[in-house]
Design a protein around this ligand. Structure first.
Ligand code: SAM
Length: 227
């Protein structure tokens, strides 16, 4: 197994976290995404961060007034390190768990679930489609009705909409943020972060407003609406 294919494998992450204790944030850090998190994730509800790694994102949320942020990761190496690091922060909890089997959590436990790079990793591995479907079904189950799954990814609508639509009956909105949002870029972004991008099923509406292959990360806001 070579390259990014290993991102779907627990041993890869255990090795990586043993060698690189971090902290490291994939794609974006909390301050750049805070406006969108504040918009969709109420501070009063318990929040779940799936595949949290050693990122400082959840610490940023707690510093910003979130009171109950639960983090899971399949790598026990990183979870033990984070439990040690944050032993004096009761608002931040860390548990070793596979996002494809969150049976320790009851149905409807969380108001929001944040995924930054975890679905992307699972999509790199073997049998990726099957694993991704299991993950999305578990996310749907542990969300409350009207809860939101906030997916931060490099995957454009062409590569993510079908998967999301086929898994569960989400109501989906899309936002985008410039990659490596630097201070001068965020003064003049390609698209305003808190304004949803027009979205149709095959993603072609996004190309019309942003052009082809824009240099952005995509933020899918998937709401669980039981009809
Ligand atoms: C690309 S990293 C993102 C880490 C962090 N969310 C961030 O933004 O910096 C993907 C993370 O997903 C975790 N992961 C991979 N497969 C998983 C699974 N089945 N269940 C839970 N976590 C998983 C990895 O251990 C890794 O920490």
């Amino acid at each position: 197994m070579t390259g990014t294919q290993a991102y779907g494998e627990p041993w890869y992450w255990d090795n990586r976290y043993s060698n690189e204790p971090g902290p490291f944030d994939w794609y974006q850090k909390y301050p750049s995404l805070a406006p969108i998190i504040n918009l969709y994730a109420p501070r009063s509800n318990p929040i779940l961060v799936v595949g949290s790694g050693n990122s400082a994102f959840s610490e940023g949320m707690v510093d910003d007034g979130y009171t109950d942020v639960v983090n899971i990761d399949i790598s026990s190496v990183v979870i033990e390190a984070m439990q040690n690091k944050y032993q004096d922060r009761p608002n931040l909890k860390y548990m070793t768990m596979d996002v494809r089997d969150m049976s320790p959590f009851g149905s409807g436990s969380f108001g929001a679930i944040i995924d930054k790079g975890t679905l992307d990793s699972i999509l790199c591995g073997n049998n990726s489609r099957q694993h991704a479907t299991k993950m999305l079904e578990e996310i749907w189950r542990v969300l409350k009705d009207k809860g939101v799954y906030i997916l931060v990814t490099y995957g454009a609508p062409l590569y993510r909409m079908r998967l999301l639509r086929d898994s569960c009956s989400w109501t989906i909105k899309l936002h985008v943020i410039e990659k490596l949002a630097s201070e001068d870029k965020s003064d003049n972004p390609v698209w305003e972060l808190t304004k949803p991008v027009p979205l149709n099923d095959d993603g072609s509406a996004v190309d019309e407003v942003l052009g082809q292959n824009p240099d952005v990360h995509y933020i899918y806001i998937c709401t669980k609406e039981i009809i």
